[in-house]
Every structure is written in C-alpha cells, then in structure tokens.
Design a protein around this ligand. Structure first.
Ligand SMILES: Cc1cc2nc3c(=O)[nH]c(=O)nc-3n(C[C@H](O)[C@H](O)[C@H](O)COP(=O)(O)O)c2cc1C
Length: 187
C-alpha cells in the first residue's frame, strides 16, 4: 500500500474545500493501492514560515515544523484540493510547501481545483510552478471544477457528475503509476 495524503488547502470559515475533499476521498477509497490520510491545513494551523534556516538543511527549530516534516516524509503521493483566490493558489498551501524541501522530493501530486469560470486552473498552474521547484511531479491529468457553488447541495455536500467522477478516476490511475515509479528514486 502507498500512503496518499490529501491536503485541504482552504482554511476559510464556510470553505467548500471540505465538501470537495470528502467527495474525492470516496472515489480514492475504491483504489486498494492507496491508504488515505487527510491533512487539513486549517487544523494543522502552521504559522507563516518561521524557520531561520533553509529547509534543505532540515535544521528545524520549531515543533510544528518537525511535526509537519514527519507527516510529509511519510507520504508516497499527494492530492492537493485547491481553490482559486484572485487568479492564484491559496497562500496557506504555498506557505505549507515552503516549510520543507527534502520531504517533498520525488513525490507525485494530483491537483483537484475548483473556483468560478476557470475551475481553479490558474491556481493549479501556479501551484505546478512552485511544486516542481521542490522536485515534486505534478500530474498533467487533473480535476477542475468550474462554478463550484452549482455543485453544492443544501446540506453543503458536493454533488458530482459522471464526467467529474471520471476525471478523478483517471487522475488516480495516473497518480498510482507515478507513485510506484518515483518511490524507486527515494532510496
Ligand atoms: C478572496 C477570494 C478570491 C477569489 N478569487 C477567485 C478567482 O480569482 N477566480 C475564481 O474562479 N474564483 C475566485 N473566488 C471564488 C472561490 O474560488 C470560491 O469562493 C471557492 O469556494 C473558494 O474555495 P473555499 O470555499 O474552499 O475557500 C475567490 C474567492 C475568494 C474568497
């Protein structure tokens, strides 16, 4: 089994990221090759980066960084559930990435984005630029959900379509291939 960690990037009260993540987890659970853990950045509650040394050195001075390092180190693959804010990725996720370096290296990432007309694609593109710098491999397959509010029901749940479900399944299939391949680069 490979460890798949799903990062919920939005931290706002009333965020839709939870509903999107809950839907995605149900699909991901059908894949017997992944053990799934959710990393909710609202709960993890990292401050703005407060380490004096470059993360490549791994000389962490803060307990929250040591914990974050351990959590990310354990992962074989990631899904980032990201909204788009002002044509950009959420700063919460960007900050969480900046804390570490080696722990992210040679790990694949699937992007599940959402927003208005763009489906969060500008956020996803921006995210790709940052994550390749920490040597992560973004999948070209992805899930992009436009007009997120249209898919939220009265209970606040995300109600998907066959097409969106399919994009999630295709993403997970590709993610598994890269997960297996990249593990060989981390020994
Ligand atoms: C500060 C802010 C900026 C936003 N900017 C954009 C944007 O540039 N493009 C877009 O498609 N949606 C934008 N939206 C709409 C969000 O994508 C939408 O509200 C989404 O639900 C936000 O994710 P969250 O609810 O998980 O925080 C913005 C929302 C907020 C709160």
């Amino acid at each position: 089994m490979y460890s798949l960690k799903i990062i919920i990037a939005s931290t706002r009260p009333g965020r839709r990221g939870i509903a999107v993540a809950e839907w995605f987890i149900e699909i991901a659970k059908q894949n017997p090759d992944f053990s799934i853990e959710v990393l909710d950045l609202e709960k993890i509650n990292l401050p703005f980066i407060d380490e004096p040394n470059h993360p490549k050195l791994q000389q962490y001075t803060q307990e929250h960084t040591r914990q974050w390092s351990k959590t990310i180190n354990e992962a074989d693959a990631f899904i980032f559930v990201i909204p788009e804010y002002n044509y950009a990725m959420p700063p919460t996720l960007s900050n969480a990435i900046d804390f570490l370096f080696n722990e992210w290296n040679y790990k694949p990432v699937g992007l599940v984005s959402y927003g208005g007309i763009s489906g969060g694609l500008r956020s996803a593109q921006m995210c790709k630029q940052q994550i390749t710098t920490v040597k992560m491999m973004p999948m070209s397959e992805g899930v992009a959900i436009p007009f997120i509010e249209k898919f939220i029901n009265e209970e606040g749940r995300f109600i998907s379509t066959d097409q969106i479900d399919r994009s999630a399944e295709i993403l997970l299939r590709e993610l598994l291939k890269w997960t297996i391949a990249l593990k060989t680069m981390r020994i």
